[in-house]
Structure formats: structure tokens, C-alpha cells
Design a protein around this ligand. Structure first.
Ligand SMILES: Cc1ncc(COP(=O)(O)O)c(C=O)c1O
Length: 360
């Protein structure tokens, strides 16, 4: 059967996903590990990722209620934490109806909760600002708020905070944030949640009743450097060669003629571009993978096409498949060439790229 359409794919390896989840959870056996699947599971497809983790005991975290409703529409039944809480009182009630856990991060949120009949209140977490200064009750005010609303605190209420520098192993700010949250939790007899991927991997003291696992679930190993881990990239992004040409020394490639051939050069044009989420700012020299070798990007990234120097390779043909990132070329490395981070590349992969779910 002829298959029509552009064979540009993001293959999502669900076996690798589950294995990454288990490896990371095993680093914190006294904690429960929540899978952070906001932003469509960092571009991997939140429904498929939630389904694949359904036997792993994971709760899930998303940014806001829209993302959680989408999961409920696809019959994902596990608890889902709304990391940024709700936007209004009615959403607080809806959260209860849908078994969503709500992050309270302003005084008003406590009032909305109190206004609801106790039988209609959702499970809540309380975000405490221990130094990130982005979201959460100011540390100076948190004791008085917890005292004022002590009737709303129940056994499963969790004090939550987020580390500003979790990937910097020697940064003393981490110790301060851990100490502040742990002391506060002890004072109020509550559990806490602080660790993200980097902290799960390298800050055991930050492990709370729940850890929140994001980027390492998807197999990204940097900046997490833990020798016990053999995480595997879950996503492999690939696209076909659609044209091959030979340039003479001095000829140029692409918009702005920014790349000039220093010798006779064979150029392969590959069917993927910034409209698919490949970073437009990736510099010449960014690597991809073809025929078991790395190949360097040349010329500017176009909307739908990339150009690579394949001079050293034998028998490159139209239809050959190039890996843009995956097991052979880490998305972290591509990100570095584009002055960004793996999170941005994964979450920006556009809907135009077809996802294929595989097990290995
Ligand atoms: C509040 C919160 N917790 C946990 C995470 C997961 O972090 P990571 O992807 O670094 O594991 C994020 C990610 O942005 C977050 O915003």
C-alpha cells in the first residue's frame, strides 16, 4: 500500500518512558513520584504518556485545568495536580468534581476554598515561595496564613515549593530552600513536595512525600549527572532527505547566503524546519545523524527544510531518514547549539509532526 504524506515523525518510545520513570522513582523509594505531563507531556502527547504510566502508581501534574480536562476526557482517572492552581472559585468546585488537586498560591485561593461546602472541596497543595519568587505564598506570611486557615488543612494537604537552582549542585540556595520547606512542614505536621528531576537525582534531602518528575521522565540526562542512571531519550525526531546537490567551492546555501562552501560539498535537504519546531536559531554545525554518522547543519533553518553537509558519506539517497534528535543526537546538544534548553525544543514540537507510539 502506498503511504502518502511527508514521513517526518516523532517516535515516542513508551518502553523507555516507563523504564525512565522506574529508574528515577528508585532513587527516592520513600517518596511517591508524580509524572509532570504539562505542555502535552513536554510535547510527547499527554494522553498516551498518562496511559503508558497507568500501572506505575504515578499521580500526574499539569499546569492548569484545561490540560487536566483534556486528560479526563480521555478517561485518565488518576489524581492530577494543577501546578498553577485555578483561575476562579467556580474552577475550584469543578476541580473537586473532576478529582483534581489544586495548588493554592494566594490568600484569595484559601478564601475560595473556604466558601465551598466542606464536602465539595478538592484536595489542595499549598505553594510556598522559598526563593524562586515566581509563585507561592511569601515565606514571611505563610505561618499566619496556615494558622488562619488551619481548618482547611487535612492529612493529604502538601506544602510545595520549587527549586530555583536544582541543576547547580554546589549552589547553597538549594540547601536554604530545602531547610525552609522541611522546617515549615514539620511545624505544621504536613508533608512536603520540592524535588524536580535534578533534585530527585542529586539532592536526597529535597525528597518529600511526592517528588515531581519532568524532564528526566522523557530521558533527558543533562544537567542530571547521576552515574546510576541510564535514561533513554523517549522521543526520536526524524525526517527524510528530499533533495541532494553538489556545490562548488564558494557557492552558498539557504537564506541570506550565510553559509559558503569552503570546498566541493554535497548538500542533503531534509524535510523539517522551524514550523515543525526545529529551532530556527540552530547554528551551522548543529549535528544530526545519518547512516550511523553525525552530519553538520549548514545554512539557515527554513520553515520546512534543513540543509546538511553529507560530503563524507557514501551513497546518500533521496528518502534516507535523518535523525534530528533522539538516541544518537541528544536533544540537549541540539538545544545548546540553538542557545536554549531541551524543555523548549520538546514542548515546541508542532502538531505538524506526526507522533508514532512504539514499544521496544
Ligand atoms: C512546579 C514544577 N514542578 C516540577 C517540574 C518538573 O521539573 P523538571 O522537568 O525539571 O523535572 C516543573 C517543570 O517546569 C515545575 O514547574
Amino acid at each position: 500500500m502506498t503511504v502518502f504524506g511527508r514521513p517526518t515523525y516523532a517516535d515516542i518510545n513508551l518502553t523507555a518512558l516507563v523504564d525512565n520513570y522506574r529508574q528515577m522513582s528508585a532513587l527516592a523509594i520513600k517518596s511517591k513520584t508524580m509524572a509532570v505531563i504539562k505542555a502535552d507531556a513536554y510535547g510527547h502527547g499527554s494522553v498516551a504518556i498518562a496511559q503508558a504510566l497507568s500501572n506505575e502508581g504515578a499521580g500526574f501534574a499539569v499546569a492548569f485545568i484545561d490540560e487536566a480536562i483534556h486528560l479526563r476526557e480521555y478517561a485518565i482517572t488518576k489524581p492530577i495536580l494543577l501546578l498553577e492552581g485555578v483561575m476562579c472559585e467556580a474552577e475550584m468546585a469543578l476541580a473537586h468534581e473532576l478529582n483534581l488537586w489544586v495548588m493554592l498560591h494566594t490568600r484569595e485561593h484559601f478564601e475560595w476554598l473556604r466558601n465551598l461546602d466542606p464536602s465539595l472541596r478538592p484536595t489542595v497543595w499549598i505553594k510556598v515561595d522559598t526563593g524562586m519568587h515566581r509563585l507561592g505564598i511569601e515565606f514571611a506570611n505563610v505561618n499566619s496564613i496556615l494558622t488562619e486557615f488551619s481548618d482547611l488543612l487535612i492529612d493529604c494537604t502538601v506544602l510545595c515549593s520549587h527549586l530555583a537552582c536544582a541543576d547547580e549542585k554546589d549552589n547553597v540556595a538549594n540547601n536554604k530552600q530545602v531547610a525552609q520547606l522541611a522546617e515549615l512542614a514539620e511545624l505544621h505536621g504536613l508533608d512536603f513536595s520540592l524535588a524536580n528531576s535534578a533534585a530527585i537525582s542529586q539532592w536526597p534531602s529535597s525528597h518529600g512525600c511526592w517528588n515531581r518528575l519532568g524532564i528526566s521522565l522523557y530521558g533527558c540526562t543533562q544537567p542530571v549527572k547521576n552515574k546510576e542512571l541510564t535514561l533513554k531519550p523517549v522521543m526520536t525526531l526524524s525526517a527524510p532527505v528530499i533533495a541532494i546537490r553538489t556545490l562548488e567551492k564558494g557557492e552558498t546555501v539557504g537564506y541570506g547566503q550565510s553559509w559558503i562552501a569552503q570546498r566541493k560539498t554535497i548538500i542533503a535537504t531534509v524535510a523539517i524546519g522551524y514550523a515543525d519546531g526545529y529551532p530556527r536559531h540552530a547554528q551551522a554545525g548543529t549535528l544530526a545523524w545519518l547512516h550511523n554518522q553525525t552530519i553538520p547543519l549548514v545554512g539557515r533553518v527554513s520553515m520546512d527544510m534543513l540543509t546538511f553537509d553529507v560530503t563524507g558519506l557514501n551513497q546518500v539517497e533521496v528518502g534516507d531518514i535523518v535523525e534530528l534528535w533522539g538516541e544518537n543526537v541528544l536533544v540537549e546538544d541540539v538545544a545548546e547549539y540553538a542557545s536554549t534548553i531541551s524543555y523548549e525544543l520538546l514542548t515546541r514540537l508542532s502538531a505538524r509532526v506526526k507522533r508514532r507510539y512504539i514499544t521496544s
